[in-house]
Design a protein around this ligand. Structure first.
Ligand code: UDP
Length: 311
């Protein structure tokens, strides 16, 4: 296949590009490098099976030649990034998704939207199954990302209904691994870097809020399977192992061998209190479930961040 990955220089996009190339496909990456980095594509570009185009999906997209699939992964994805780039985050979800869909339609290509557990907002149903509609504050600080992704799901589904586009929607829960940006502000890079730099770990609020962390290789496997499934409705992918942020801080201290303290910082507005994917659908449909345990995933991620600090 010839596959376009928007946002392909980012954390998830670049891992997907690597996987597609390893499976024998040709990849075109379109990225404006706002939160992505060319360094993430070093391996992919060195194979000769990957082409990089610097461009912004909110502008008209033109790609020469045939395309079999468009994987739409462009978007700031960390709460810190989408607060800084709030209007652009809305534009990427709305205009960018519209452009990427239009391209897939004209090329007769399949389309996979990277959606998010944030469509469930601060959930009132736990764990979250795909048929839960969510609890989102449209005008809160996170609304720029949540509503952009909800709109992106709506327009992707409309293209499927109206134009018979081969659509896929993956709702991605917290995922971690090498190539997360050091200063993206999310809990995984923050805690690991703080531990490695002998600084206290910053737990927001009382740390009782929960998250469930999926290692990137598991997520990529799920997405690759979903591309090949004939299923047009959203599918959750994530690791159901749920823990409080305080427990997660302790796991990071243990994994890094750090004896640092934990300090409390203010809880961000609308920070979801709980989050855990119901992955029953992915299990049934894709025969998928995560296989990398947290200690193994953390060890690989810590190794990556050690290397980044030394650079
Ligand atoms: N968090 C924290 N300390 C940090 C960064 C994040 O306690 O230095 C918390 C944050 O308040 C949230 C959770 O960790 O409850 C996950 O935050 P992240 O930014 O990784 O993404 P989210 O899951 O909220 O989208």
């Amino acid at each position: 296949m010839r596959v376009l990955v928007t946002g392909g220089a980012g954390f998830l996009g670049s891992h997907l590009a690597d996987r597609l190339i390893a499976e024998g496909h040709e990849v075109i990456v379109l990225d404006n490098l706002l939160t992505g980095r060319l360094k993430n594509l070093e391996g992919a570009l060195s194979t000769g099976a990957c082409e990089f185009i610097k461009g912004d999906v909110t502008q008209f997209i033109s790609i020469d030649g045939p395309l079999d699939f468009v994987l739409h992964f462009a978007s700031p994805a960390s709460p810190v990034d989408y607060l800084i780039h709030s209007i652009h985050t809305l534009k990427v979800g709305a205009l960018g998704t519209h452009n990427a869909l239009g391209l897939a339609k004209v090329k007769g290509a399949g389309f996979l939207l990277a959606s998010t557990s944030e469509v469930y907002g601060d959930p009132l149903i736990h764990p979250q199954p795909e048929d839960y509609w969510g609890n989102v504050n449209p005008i809160g600080p996170r609304g720029v990302y949540d509503e952009a992704k909800r709109y992106a799901e709506a327009i992707t589904t409309a293209y499927h209904r109206v134009h018979d586009l081969k659509a896929r929607i993956v709702r991605i829960f917290n995922t971690y691994g090498p190539r997360m940006r050091m200063n993206d502000g999310r809990v995984v890079p923050n805690f690991i870097l703080q531990a490695l730099r002998n600084e206290p770990l910053t737990v927001y609020g009382d740390g009782s809020q929960t998250r469930s962390f999926c290692y990137v290789d598991d997520l990529v496997e799920g997405i690759y399977r979903l591309m090949q499934a004939e299923h047009f409705e959203p599918v959750n992918l994530g690791n159901p192992l749920e823990m409080t942020i305080l427990e997660f801080a302790e796991r990071v201290l243990l994994a890094t061998g750090s004896h640092e303290k934990i300090v409390r910082k203010e809880l961000p507005v609308d920070d979801p209190k709980v989050r855990q994917p119901d992955i029953g659908k992915a299990k049934r449909l894709l025969g998928w479930e995560p296989v990398v345990d947290l200690d193994e995933g953390l060890a690989k991620t810590i190794g990556y961040f050690r290397g980044e600090i030394e650079l």
